[in-house]
Design a protein around this ligand. Sequence first.
Ligand SMILES: *Cc1c(COP(=O)(O)O)cnc(C)c1O
Length: 432
Amino acid sequence: MIQATNSNELFERAKHSIPGGVNSPVRAFRAVGGNPRFMVSAKGAYMFDEDGNRFIEFINSWGPMILGHAAEIVQDAVQAAIPNSLSFGAPTRREIEIAELIVSMVPGIEKVRMVNSGTEATMSAIRVARGYTGRSKIIKFEGCYHGHGDSFLIAAGSGAITLGVPDSPGVTQGVAADTLTAPYNDLEAVKDLLVANKDQVAAIILEPVAGNMGLVLPKQEFLKGLRELCDQENIVLIFDEVMTGFRLAPGGAQQLFNVTPDMTTLGKIIGGGMPVGAYGGKSEIMDFVAPAGPVYQAGTLSGNPIAMAAGMAMLRHLDNHPEVYERLEKTTTKIVNGIKQNMQKLGLNYTINQVGSMFSIFFTEQPVVDFESAKTSDTALFGRYFNAMLQRGVYLAPSQFEALFVSTAITDELVEKFLQANYEALKEAHEE
Ligand SMILES: *Cc1c(COP(=O)(O)O)cnc(C)c1O
């Protein structure tokens, strides 16, 4: 057993002053049992906790650390920016440079506004889409996460045409009524919603590759079909690429699948580990944003110079080194093939989804193509597997319904270590 005494004490103490002891719910390990580990430092592929344990890690701060922790190019850029003051509340040259870089990298972005989180990006994007179209409703997909804005915390109705119901107390019926939901990968359900809500839908928003119900790939015709429907009905198609942007390709999932949305939301990697988000799209739409246009959106710390320095260093590196993506995919494929071999040896046959450097093991034998099929996973089994991996020094996302991220710091040697732990943990999880 690896020690967790200090983390356990800190968790007890944290609960007195922080709701649930954490500043974001999934960190609390509720879905897997046990207490969260409190981290002290991280470098490359490793995180170090308060008890002196070292973990090979596969969440990378939920994506941003695509180059591993404390990458020198990012750390150096931040250090160079610090002496010039941490914030101005006035424009800087660097904001233009990062905007120009984003526009050059992401196919669907002609103009872009920086914000401070993915949540802010998606909230702002749907406001702009509503202002632009003069319509109120949005369509989202079951199992897609778009941050914690009111409009997005909506569970699925029972039928395809049912109105949304709030997923969280505090979200009003009024807000919920404007959010329609459909199953992921289900174009027919979207068509039904559009017939029932003719000329009322401002935007369709989705993760073009879903990473927040575990990793779920879009069907080829799904993204193209949505693009066509939005063109026919003058609806703003929004790709939420907070997770996939700069991860699956320099231009995100829209580049990989060759479908260009009207608007794109970004986060995670774009800040290189600093709190940054962005939303952008066609100039015609983005010119609705204040002060160019009437839709209000602002931010005291938006475009923060330190955050921009980190983001710029990260994006420049990825833009100049597209081979990073091939390498990441190769490493990830090696991991996924190794897991499949392990399962074969153990007589197991669970579903693994992968695209590029993202993957998920679902503890179900069904193909996972939407939230319904993701939910057939054995989450108790996942919890045992997660803890068995943690005991072997491998830190995974503490929920069945999250994707795993591979960074460039994962070497072949670490792949072997991972696979050895994976074999033992799969075995142990089935013995209990
Ligand atoms: C993480 C995430 C968000 C929310 O971003 P925050 O920075 O946590 O507010 C939104 N959309 C997607 C697809 C995400 O993965």
